[in-house]
Design a protein around this ligand. Structure first.
Ligand SMILES: [Zn+2]
Length: 67
């Protein structure tokens, strides 16, 4: 069981939703991206660090591509 709402770059996303880069947040930047469950969290585009922490802000309904 894992109740954490934060994940690091390279970890697998388990909840589809909006995530905030904590590193940017601490630096005063606003960086919010949407990730789907199953995706691997990427590095942040604007952070100089290789590994950043993504924090779940809000769950969103899963979006499935219709072929
Ligand atoms: Zn960032």
């Amino acid at each position: 069981m894992n109740s954490s709402r934060t994940w690091k770059s390279g970890e697998r996303c388990r909840v589809t939703g909006s995530y905030r880069c904590q590193n940017c947040h601490l630096a005063g930047r606003e960086m919010v991206r949407e990730f789907e469950a199953g995706k691997v969290f990427p590095m942040c585009d604007t952070c100089p660090e290789k590994d950043v922490t993504w924090r779940l802000l809000e769950r969103t309904a899963p979006v499935r591509a219709t072929a």
